[in-house]
Write a protein that binds this ligand. Structure first.
Ligand code: SF4
Length: 123
């Protein structure tokens, strides 16, 4: 490869600027992305609030994002089992649960998982 013929097989490297979602400080992140995966994280020096600061959690954001055990789709609990569903079904389950809590009528609708407290909706 010469300087006039760049290596086209090299993976494309992108830089993305995002806000860290891990706490209310909302620090600016500068992400290096290769092949759709975050490869490195640093503070965004141009961010008006954090000015390049990020804490150890922010530094580890790439490991969190690339964790093979990270939930990537909604899960619905049915008894003791969890089932992966699409967003439409997840929203329908949440909406059904919400109407149950408003009407005060229990149904056999499976309770949503994720951040909902155990036994939700409680009556
Ligand atoms: S980098 Fe740390 S302090 Fe900043 S928003 Fe993320 S978790 Fe909060």
């Amino acid at each position: 490869m010469s300087a006039l013929s760049p290596d086209r097989s090299a993976p494309k490297i992108d830089t993305a600027y995002r806000v860290c979602p891990l706490c209310e400080a909302t620090c600016g992140l500068e992400l290096t992305i290769t092949g759709g995966a975050i490869r490195s994280v640093r503070g965004d020096r141009e961010d008006v609030f954090s000015k390049g600061f990020i804490c150890p959690k922010g530094v580890a954001f790439d490991r969190l994002d690339n964790d093979p055990d990270r939930l990537r789709r909604p899960m619905v609990r049915e008894g003791e089992q969890w089932r992966e569903v699409g967003w439409d079904e997840a929203f329908a389950v949440v909406a059904a649960g919400r109407s149950v809590s408003i009407s005060g009528t229990r149904t056999s609708t499976p309770s949503p998982g994720g951040c909902m407290p155990r036994g939700w909706p409680a009556r």
